[in-house]
Design a protein around this ligand. Sequence first.
Ligand code: GTP
Ligand code: MG
Ligand code: ZN
Length: 292
Amino acid sequence: MRGKIIRGIAGFYYVHVPGTGILECKAKGIFRNRNIKPLVGDDVIVEFLDEEKKTGNLEEILERKNRLIRPSVANVDQAAVIFAVSFPKPNRNLLDRFLLTMETQDLPVCICFNKSDEGQRDEMETLFTAYRSAGYPVCMISAVSGEGMDRLHQILEGKTTVFAGPSGVGKSSVMNTLFPEANMEIGEISDKIKRGKHTTRHSELFYLGEETYVMDTPGFTALSLPELEGEELKRYYPEFKPYEDQCRFQGCVHIHEPDCSVKQALQEGRIPEGRYENYRQFYEELASRRKY
Ligand SMILES: Nc1nc2c(ncn2[C@@H]2O[C@H](COP(=O)(O)OP(=O)(O)OP(=O)(O)O)[C@@H](O)[C@H]2O)c(=O)[nH]1
Ligand SMILES: [Mg+2]
Ligand SMILES: [Zn+2]
């Protein structure tokens, strides 16, 4: 039988087999011997161990279309990165790191700003404009008021999407609003530091019918930059594309060079400042990495 791993906990893999249900499986020794770790999102072949108890054996992992490192999942079509507009405060440095990581893996991203019911209008507009003009689909949503849920639903349809973002931004809440049967555990935000409490501890995939899967994942707090040369960084900024080949110097990295079309665009407000500031900072960080 063919199925998909929806959850892995303590050596057990839970495999959704369409038409049959969810089987609790153990991985056969061959995976350990070949040093292959089954991942949530893997398409697999399973055999029944006990049909009544719905237990089985993982026989084979089918070829992976892709795999993400953080969160560690396989076969995703896109990521929906969720940040809150209120608390925890939207950390744009972290968001830009995430976008960069996804760009280097060639994975489409949509950006969801949640808790729009609590947001300040001007701050929300700044966020919306910055990322919209960078070329990303941006949804302003609220798991509480339901704002933006129709649009998000459309974006998810027919795809496998991983929900990612810091702890406490409302990833599980959004899952529950979209699909009440998901019944995810929702955490509190700590009073003092207004941070999430890492309520979700395992990645879990939900089958929503019609080839639609959504994965809830634990929140992340920090992301290191991908293995890149500073000079390569600019490739992963969609908003720089229109200015390619328009700078005076070939190979311009848009930092210190004169007659730079990107810096020109920045001055004229066609490229929003925040994104560029982080670009500059990431460039320095990559350039100062120890070279071996
Ligand atoms: N006002 C408001 N609060 C929300 C919204 N969505 C979620 N919350 C609250 O934010 C807190 C955290 O929500 P969770 O869904 O647990 O956040 P999470 O991103 O899954 O967090 P982790 O599992 O820790 O990564 C809870 O107190 C929710 O009730 C929203 O749209 N508006
Ligand atoms: Mg959660
Ligand atoms: Zn330039």
